[in-house]
Design a protein around this ligand. Sequence first.
Ligand code: ADP
Length: 454
Amino acid sequence: MKKKINRRLMFISSMAVVITFLSMAAVFYRIYQEQVLDDLRVYAYALSDGAAAGAAQDMTVAEKGSYGENGGSGGISDPVRVTVINPEGMVLYDSNADAGRMDNHADRPEIREAFECGEGSSIRQSSTMKKNTFYYTLLLQDGNVLRVAKEAHSIWSILYSSMPVIFLSVCALILLCMLVSHYLTGSLLAPIEKIAANMDNIEDNDIYEELVPFAETIRKQHETILHNASMRQEFSANVSHELKTPLTAISGYSELIGNGMASGDDVLRFADEIHKSANRLLTLIDDTIRLSELDVIDKNIPFEDIDLYEIAKDNVEMLQLRAEDRSVLLSVEGGSCPMKGDRQMIEELVYNLCDNAINYNNAGGTVTVSAQKEEGRPVLRVRDTGIGIPEEYQERIFERFYRVDKSRSKSTGGTGLGLAIVKHIVAVHHAEIFLNSKVGKGTEFKIVFAGASV
Ligand code: ADP
């Protein structure tokens, strides 16, 4: 980045130097041209007013041929060349050449201009690029035109002759630009480098106003990464801890049986405990694997056409026996509720919510599952008349392994991961979850899915 900014600054400043130089050269050359023409004008007026003009006028009345012979200066060129042309374009007098041999001048732009406007001028390139010829013409009182001409340097020759100076000054300027751009780049990037070096205390750095949102985003991402890392660490520690309990039980009971220390009914009881613990291990591992899968799942997986009501009904049928075991009345209400979603995930979601509603219920309580469209959006409700969730824990129950009453959860085979899985599935479906619960009265989980357009 530093190099790039440096290069661009260098490029811009070099361009600026060159463009400035060229425009200055153009302006100065223009002034120079005007100056030369001005000198010629003064000269022409002096000639027309003074003795020279008188001589020229005398000459114009004489024979054209004799001017040609007398007028020419025999090959030695004057720095200022004077020519007199009559209205027909014939050269009556020329200070540097034989007027008689000169061709008709009527079509020369400066001559035409003088006949039309009283005076004229033009600049023509000489045979070499180095010189330009400047012409100034003036209409005399007798109707002839007086032309004064002078050769002067062209812009190219001026540029050429001043090349060493130009080259040196451009080099010096570019060198200066290099130094300035190097310093500027350094001071421009210093605050950014400061942020990079001190990510944790961005506020302490004296940074650009425009960089504040950028720095904020980076800081938040930084925090999220740290948070996620610590969550993962915590999760691993929790998983190990959760696995340890049933494994310890299995190890202990099997050791007792193996040592022959259990007999008769005890063996049966211990075998049952081992069986329960093994099941618990399996559930824990299943839930942990499921959560890891959901963690990495693409948030834009393709959905299929499903019917929320049908899934709720099947689920209620499946859990009917368990509900009866706990003396809970489980029912479903609503009607056909087509939507887009992942069938397996929605089944898991309904199952987890119903399972909790049965497990955290009282004998004789009810669980009502409803699926229907509300304002065009599919809505699932799982309502129970169970123990309820104290308000202070309502936020936390979606955390992994969080349980309000650990022993009750364990006694019903809970892992503390069910609602974490529910939360994930809700997010994948771009849905919203609402919880309404009162201790001793019951709980309602409401999930509002996205409308048909999503
Ligand atoms: P668990 O496997 O322990 O049920 P969950 O993640 O499903 O884990 O639920 C987390 C905790 O939330 C439960 O331990 C329980 O304390 C509370 N909870 C969940 N659903 C209900 C409910 N319907 N009624 C009362 N408490 C509930």
